[in-house]
Every structure is written in structure tokens, then in C-alpha cells.
Design a protein around this ligand. Structure first.
Ligand SMILES: *Cc1c(COP(=O)(O)O)cnc(C)c1O
Length: 468
């Protein structure tokens, strides 16, 4: 393909994107293909001679699209949102044209300085004080891994990277029983071991970590010769949106000298609305905070905003400077590759710049507020229906419910979820709350409208009436 042909197909791709989004409601939300349908439609080996773009695009439509689950569908109510606002897509298009590697300041000064400024915009946007500096990680999982590595190195006097962990007492890290699996995996990868991730029980409507249990476990661990290293808290955990009491945790971490990390991957975006910040009161006392603009803010995957009170601790943990990575004469520049596990970095700040400018913070806030308002209204509507019970009340736009029934109610609800997703009108998923299977509902797709919640009510009640 030459660049003239690129321009032709680039314009066609933009037209295709417009059609796709304008007619998305006509497609089933969850892909309806069977296992290996796509695999079997793809030739077993690569072509020896060049094929035309027209053929490739036709196969994209015929082979790929049926196997796509539409995360940008306005009736996507499963998992958490993964928004790609049009302004963000254009920024990513430009980024992939220029394709800069943004590991060091000198490998693209604009990318580093744009990232510094965008992290300041976001920090102010979510109401964090200027004691925090920000870096964009590829995902919340990577930010959490980076935080766990800092916990580890700090606890062993920055010697773990050199000596390994066998020289030290087993480290301990604490979190609630509601946290995301990315925390478990960070503990595995950091070499700390699942047995040393201590999960504290939760209680109350927000399922917050029990702070007296936390203190008791830390005391017992110290007495038994373990090395407590850090606490990971959640604001808006994945299952039902659990929120820890950050001030209660900070009281303990400050007394015990432990490093604190907050996983607000989903809910962090909502903090651009000041009225929701009561959910994370005390956040300014944490050492590290992550949230994903790639979920609810509209900057498409990947884009995780990681804020740190002491970036030097992260650099001390992760920075390696062989000669070929030095920038001579400018030793105090920011080289963001020293703030993350991977060396190579994409220019992710550009899409934040496009999105925040194109919507304005007020435009973004009104979207979040609508999602929360419509989701809560829908919850109240379903609450009135005799066949359903609300299991956990909305935390922002996330809540859980269950179809009532006799006998094996868990299976009944799984059957309902499967039937709804096979139908395709909406997409939802299940989770466990206190050992019982429940149906999880969240809203946050950028283009959803009030009528999509009516469609959800109709789909759920219509399909439930046919299930026994
Ligand atoms: C989505 C999510 C994650 C994982 O985010 P990635 O960016 O995919 O790594 C972690 N924690 C919570 C609470 C989440 O909602």
C-alpha cells in the first residue's frame, strides 16, 4: 500500500466507523458466534502474494465483525465500560501514523511534556492535591504491580532487586476480600506469594475492609516474624463496587509505616464530579492511586492514570540506566520509562488531550451524572417488580439483583443471564455476593440514552417471564 492508497482507505475506514456507530443498536451486543467459528474461517497459513485492501476489508466485515462483542453498544451493561470516544479514536489514529516510542524525554519531548500536563489536568479534575505526580501506565494491573514492587523494595531497604527475597522475612500485603484479581497477580509476579496476600473480611453496605481486623492481623504478623509491607485499598471494586474507608486505613498505615495503594480503576473517573468524592475521603493520605480513563472517561484502551506522592520511590524501584538510555546534558528530565515495568511506551497522553478538550470537563461530568442517574432510576424500577430483588444498592452506576424463585436460585439466575445474552438486546454478567449468584448491572457506555434503560427493563422482564 502506498500513501495515496492509505488516504483512500483511511477515509473509508472513517466512513465505516460512522455507519457502525450510528447503527450499533441493530446488532446483538454480545457476539453470537460459536467456539472456533472465526479460527476456522481463517486460512491456516499466511498468503504468499499480496492481497487487495478491498478483499481484506470485505473479510473484516464477514469474518471478524460477527465475532465481535460490542463494547461501544449503548446497551452494554456488563463488566465495566470500555469507551472509545470519537475524539480519542482520532488521537489514536494520529498516534499510530506517527508511531513514536515515548520511553525517554528525548525520544519525543512533546509526548513526555504532554503526559506531564495531562496528568496535572486529570489530577485537578478528580480533586487530588498537587502533592501527587502522575504517569500513564498501560493498565491498572501494571500500576498495581508497580505499587507492589515499591512496597516490596521499600520494606527490604531497596535490596530485593539485587539479592532476591530469600534473604528477608516473608513480606505481607493486606487488602480486602473484594479486590480485583490484578492484585493477586501483582503479588505473584512480585515474588511475594499468594499466601502472603492477607485478605481482610468486609462488612456494611459498602463492603469496607474491617479496620480492627486489619490492625489485629498486622500485630499478629509482626509477632510471628513477618514483614508487613503495604495495604491495597479499593474504591469501587469490581464485584459490587466495594469501597474501603480510606481514612481508617491511612490511620493504620501511617502508624505502621506501610505503603498504601488505592485501586479506583473504574470509580476514579466519577471523581471528576465533586459530589462523589465522599466515596474516597482520605485519598490524599495514600501513596499511590490508579484509575482508568480507558473505562469511563472515553480515552480508549490503553490508558491508566497512576498518581504517586513520591515518584522517587517508584524510580528507585524500577529505573535502570545503561549508557544507551542516557540523555546527556539534561539529567533532570523526566524519562517516564523509569516509572513503569515496560521500557517502550506509546504516546497515550494525546487521546486525553483530545478528549478533555473536545468534551470539556463539564461535558464529561454530565455524561457520568446521567449514567449514574439513569442506572439508579432503573434499579428503583426493577425493585418494584415482584419477580426480582435488589441485592446490593447502586454504588455510582453499579448494582446487583436477583430473580426470585424456589429451589436452585443460583442456577435460575445463571440461566436468566445466559438467555438474556443469547437474545442480544442487552449484555449483562453475573457475580457472587455473600456466596449467592447475583446479576450485575452497570451503565457507562458513552452514547447510552435513557431509552436504553427502558430496553434493559423490557429485555430482563420479558426473558425472565419465559425462564423457570
Ligand atoms: C478493570 C479493573 C482493574 C483492571 O484494570 P486493567 O486496566 O484492565 O488492568 C483493576 N481493578 C478494578 C477495580 C477494575 O475495575
Amino acid at each position: 500500500m502506498d500513501w495515496d492508497e492509505f488516504a483512500t482507505w483511511g477515509a473509508k475506514a472513517a466512513d465505516w466507523g460512522k455507519e457502525y456507530h450510528q447503527n450499533l443498536r441493530d446488532r446483538p451486543v454480545r457476539s453470537q458466534v460459536a467456539l472456533n467459528d472465526t479460527l476456522n474461517a481463517l486460512p491456516k497459513t499466511a498468503p504468499e502474494s499480496a492481497e487487495t485492501m478491498a478483499d481484506i476489508m470485505a473479510d473484516f466485515e464477514n469474518i471478524v465483525m460477527p465475532g465481535i462483542t460490542h463494547w461501544q453498544h449503548p446497551r452494554f451493561f456488563a463488566y465495566f465500560p470500555s469507551n472509545a470516544a470519537p475524539a480519542s479514536i482520532l488521537a489514536e489514529f494520529l498516534t499510530s501514523i506517527v508511531a513514536p516510542q515515548c520511553m525517554l524525554w528525548q525520544t519525543s519531548p512533546a509526548a513526555t511534556e504532554m503526559e506531564i500536563r495531562m496528568m496535572q489536568w486529570l489530577r485537578q479534575g478528580i480533586g487530588l492535591p498537587d502533592t501527587f505526580s502522575g504517569v500513564i501506565q498501560d493498565s491498572a494491573s501494571s500500576a498495581t504491580l508497580a505499587a507492589v514492587l515499591v512496597m516490596r523494595e521499600r520494606a527490604v531497604n531497596w535490596e530485593g532487586n539485587v539479592k532476591g527475597l530469600s534473604h528477608f522475612a516473608p513480606l505481607r500485603i493486606y487488602c480486602s476480600d473484594q479486590v480485583h484479581t490484578s492484585i493477586d497477580r501483582a503479588i505473584w509476579v512480585a515474588g511475594i506469594g499468594q499466601d502472603n496476600l492477607v485478605k481482610i473480611s468486609t462488612s456494611g453496605p459498602m463492603k469496607a475492609m474491617d479496620s480492627s481486623a486489619l490492625q489485629a492481623v498486622i500485630d499478629a504478623d509482626r509477632a510471628a516474624g513477618y514483614l508487613p509491607a503495604g495495604i491495597i485499598a479499593a474504591t469501587g471494586a469490581t464485584g459490587m463496587g466495594a469501597c474501603d474507608d480510606l481514612n481508617a486505613i491511612a490511620d493504620i498505615s501511617e502508624r505502621e509505616g506501610l505503603y498504601t495503594h488505592l485501586d479506583a480503576a473504574w470509580a476514579g473517573t466519577a471523581m471528576i464530579c465533586p459530589e462523589f468524592r465522599t466515596m474516597w475521603e482520605g485519598v490524599e493520605r495514600f501513596d499511590s492511586v490508579v484509575f482508568n480513563p480507558h473505562k469511563w472517561l472515553g480515552a480508549q484502551f490503553d490508558c491508566a492514570a497512576h498518581f504517586l506522592r513520591d515518584p522517587d520511590a517508584l524510580r528507585q524501584t524500577l529505573a535502570i540506566r545503561p549508557e544507551y538510555l542516557r540523555t546527556h546534558g539534561t539529567e533532570d528530565v523526566t524519562d517516564f520509562s523509569e516509572w513503569s515495568v515496560p521500557l517502550g511506551r506509546r504516546f497515550r497522553a494525546l487521546k486525553l488531550w483530545f478528549v478533555m478538550r473536545n468534551y470539556g470537563m463539564e461535558g464529561l461530568r454530565s455524561r457520568i451524572r446521567n449514567h449514574v442517574k439513569w442506572s439508579q432510576a432503573f434499579c428503583n424500577r426493577l425493585r418494584q417488580h415482584d419477580d426480582f430483588e435488589i441485592i446490593t444498592n447502586p454504588i455510582l452506576s453499579l448494582w446487583t439483583f436477583r430473580m426470585k424463585g424456589a429451589g436452585d436460585v443460583d442456577s435460575l439466575n445463571q440461566k436468566l443471564v445466559d438467555a438474556i445474552n443469547d437474545d442480544g438486546e442487552i449484555y449483562i454478567t453475573q457475580t457472587f455476593v455473600d456466596g449467592q449468584k447475583v446479576i450485575r448491572f452497570q451503565a457507562g457506555q458513552f452514547d447510552c440514552e435513557e431509552r436504553d434503560f427502558d430496553a434493559a427493563y423490557d429485555a430482563i422482564t420479558r426473558i425472565a417471564a419465559k425462564i423457570t
